[in-house]
Design a protein around this ligand. Sequence first.
Ligand code: ATP
Ligand code: MG
Length: 646
Amino acid sequence: MSEARIYDVPPEWAASAYVDESRYQAMYEASVADPEAFWGEHGKRIGWFKPYTLVKNTRYAPDVSIRWYEDGTTNVAWNCVDRHVAERGERTAIIWEGDDPAESRHITYRELSGHVQRFANVLKSQGVGKGDRVTLYMPMIPEAAYAMLACARIGAIHSVVFGGFSPEALAGRIADCASAVVITADEGVRGGRKIPLKANVDAACAKAGGVASVIVVRRTGAPVAMAAGRDHFYDDLAAAVPAECPCEEMDAEDPLFILYTSGSTGKPKGVLHTTAGYLVYAAMTHHYVFDYHDDDIYWCTADVGWVTGHSYIVYGPLANGATTLMFEGVPNYPSVSRFWQVVDKHKVSIFYTAPTAIRALMGAGEEPVKATSRASLRLLGSVGEPINPEAWEWYHRVVGDHRCPIVDTWWQTETGGILISPLPGATALKPGSATRPFFGIRPEIVDGEGKVLSGACQGNLVIADSWPGQMRTVYGDHQRFFDTYFAAYKGKYFTGDGCRRDEDGYYWITGRVDDVINVSGHRMGTAEVESALVAHELVSEAAVVGYPHDLKGQGIYAYVTLMAGSSGDDGLRKELVAWVRREIGPIASPDHIQFAPGLPKTRSGKIMRRILRKIAEDDFGALGDISTLADPAVVDDLIANRRNKI
Ligand code: ATP
Ligand code: MG
């Protein structure tokens, strides 16, 4: 691929950020030379009821056991709320922006404290105690954050299920962790449409069984069926409980939450995170990666149903006493300018979103962005998938007016927080690269046999040592935890992602290892070929998979979505093939290009190549679990319009 452009750290950033290049080097070296001392020091960034004397007690082989700060006690809600009330009680903790642009609210830390305590007492009134699992199936309203913090306050373990999931998917997740209590809303509102959350919960409870109590927050006030004895409106319960609720003293390693992974690759896993290490890591990465300062207004567009929402809407920012914006709506309602209108309305200075949103907005052109000011923005972030250099450049030029560094943050539900990312005052940027490891993170690239590769190389990404935010187990299945992440490469955490390291030591995520294509013995990540396609002016999105090919082993099958208003024909196919040959080389030439109006995506917006691979292989009968797809109808279209291979 053509040499990446480098964006040097703007001098004003190097001067004002917490970390510049020399400090990054010094802190990074200290963090890997003596993790015990480094994390011993940084553990103090949160408050403790009983201070820890032990810092790190972790092993990846012969079995896996991960414990951090294990003799300390604390409480996550105390850290995210109570701790700030004295100093900054009147400061806004949450800015809520409704789906309807006319609706927004500011909630101060003092108000947040009141809401969380009352919600905690409501949970207690339903019999919830320490260690009990509570499933949340909520829209993006402040009550979702109150409920999460209320669980943390009393030591209950929350499992947030994204409000876009079907009743079947919800039922599976309720049953897997045996939740007796479900918190939901009458309806959700997104993009001007209502989502029947309570009705979905009813269907899920019928399927899952075992749910004794459903707490219903009124969002729209629509009439909903209420099962006598089981279902209660939150307001009614809240009116009957005391205002104050003390914090439970939690051990550092007590569970905080379960979160089921988004399901790009197969059966969802109940990722378990615990209390102290998770919070230290979420807070610390939020502080350094976003260079969060007290006067920032910070907005992460994720949903609380994903780990990004947990770590970077709720826990990290609130632990830091930040103002965090919670958005109920979608990027294209009422218009495709919405994100930027919200930025202007609330003077957002740090903006964190996903490549899927950037690519979609890019398809609508520059006008809707340029119609807004965005003068308050100083930093942009990306997470969820590799960001194609083309989309990166657009984000930088059009959204950030060349002014805002972009932090491309690589991490996973399993990692709890960001592992590889630029630090805006320290790291020169290369579009498409997540750049360098965060403090304490030891990435390695290994080949199929586990041999550690050095220098510039490409292979599988593993992490050689533990960090405090790491998941501790798969809920109820510790063996699966070991088998999935620690069996492939002894003594290392296997991420499942492919990765390239360049001559500057920068990391480039090439896609999931399962998606790697092997053409005539050349291993290729999907990200590179897709980025080349997306760089063509008529292409809005692309997904590339391998399929069996008699001569080459695997051929390249590309699904391409064109820009609004363009249409595909054989001429454009030839042009795109020639384009990719030029951008990467003949080895990467697609053997087949299918124009597709939409690509199958998970509900978190990621392309599900597993399904595209099956279609390319003519294996329509075995598409596997497609219940986590945002729009299953896309699949029928792809099958129907599949053309014979070139
Ligand atoms: P499942 O594990 O159920 O298949 P998932 O992997 O999509 O779902 P997440 O934990 O939300 O669930 O996503 C983590 C994955 O997303 C990473 O392993 C990586 O493949 C991809 N990813 C996240 N951020 C980036 C990034 N900045 N650059 C490249 N890839 C990224
Ligand atoms: Mg994953």
